[in-house]
Design a protein around this ligand. Sequence first.
Ligand code: FES
Length: 113
Amino acid sequence: MSSETAIKPYDRHVFVCTGPRCAPDESEGVYKALKMRLEELGLYRKPELGPVKRSQCHCFGICEKGPLVVVYPEGVWYEQVSLEKLERIIQEHLIQGQPVSDYCFHAMNGKAE
Ligand code: FES
């Protein structure tokens, strides 16, 4: 790889759809809460430095049952993510490495295990 843009290694990348057809008010709250909790837990310092990166996107092309959250590298898709669900995703998926199958509606490899 030859680039002057340096990104330190990270373990997971969490995307939150904050698009207009995807529960935008709730999605913004989930996106902000994700940052706050990652900071509190020491999992997020700056997007380019922390072991968990966080990004918002405008649309995943699903546009229903938002807030939608996708976690990579597993490619696990979560729907209707409330703040309570987000906390469980953080604890079980991001920290323990076990996707929360109760909230998952799709996974890149066909299963959320
Ligand atoms: S607006 Fe969220 S998936 Fe399209």
